[in-house]
Design a protein around this ligand. Structure first.
Ligand SMILES: C[S@@+](CC[C@H](N)C(=O)[O-])C[C@H]1O[C@@H](n2cnc3c(N)ncnc32)[C@H](O)[C@@H]1O
Length: 214
């Protein structure tokens, strides 16, 4: 099934999550673990946090986390998982459409892991705005697909625009100064589809550190 959808983001993602009791693995994204495990915990923002595995992993490591997602269904699971993991007090879950949300305050880590959507999602604008909230010395970590898996059921609005990490750094203005680009890479990952199909996917990984004022 390859369908274009005209639903809004909350309708689409709530029905997506409602199809199954659990959609994602419950494990944190490997690129997040690799890029952040040696970073001292502080304040983190997880954009499009889904069922919460990344936010919970961060909270377990001592971070204070704000997880934002448009899906109430995903967030209610995330909330339950955080309680089960004993870290509920360290995570705030916000049900927001990132296209409209104005983040407040500063974060020492802003993470966007596979922030993609088959429905309207102004990803570059969201990431640019979120980058402004990174505190001096803090990190912006964006991990994304460079192509969708062969079994993807929905056409994605951003399919033609999936950037490599270098392109994304340019688009977000991170080459213009004020940032040190610490990881700008593509990495391959073997993935298994819903019917056991195998594919090798290439992810774009961008880690940038906001330079402290001299
Ligand atoms: C591909 S999933 C990735 C989930 C999670 N970051 C992960 O890596 O498992 C994309 C997530 O972005 C969320 N999302 C999509 N559009 C959104 C929007 N406009 N505002 C907030 N969240 C959105 C979806 O609900 C979904 O949880």
């Amino acid at each position: 099934m390859d369908t274009e959808t005209t639903e809004g983001p909350s309708e689409f993602w709530n029905s997506f999550y409602s199809e199954r009791e659990r959609v994602w693995s419950g494990k944190p994204n490997p690129a997040l673990v690799r890029e952040v495990e040696t970073v001292a915990p502080a304040r983190a923002l997880d954009l499009g946090c889904g069922e919460g595995a990344d936010a919970i992993w961060l909270a377990e490591r001592g971070w204070t986390v704000t997880g934002v997602d448009v899906s109430a269904v995903a967030l209610s699971r995330a909330r339950q998982h955080a309680e089960d993991a004993g870290v509920a007090s360290r995570v705030e879950w916000l049900e927001r459409d990132l296209a409209e949300w104005e983040p407040e305050g500063e974060y020492d880590l802003v993470s966007a892991q596979f922030l993609h959507s088959p429905v309207e999602l102004p990803r570059d604008r969201i990431l640019r705005r979120a980058a402004e909230t990174v505190a001096p010395g803090g990190l912006l970590l964006v991990v994304g697909h460079t192509a969708f898996p062969p079994w993807a059921r929905h056409r994605h609005a951003d399919e033609a625009e999936l950037p490599r990490a270098e392109e994304l750094a340019m688009t977000l203005g991170l080459r213009a100064g004020g940032w040190e680009l610490e990881t700008v890479t593509s990495e391959e990952r073997e993935v298994t589809g819903p019917e056991g199909q195998k594919a090798v996917m290439t992810d774009a990984v961008l880690r940038a550190r906001r330079v402290r004022a001299a």
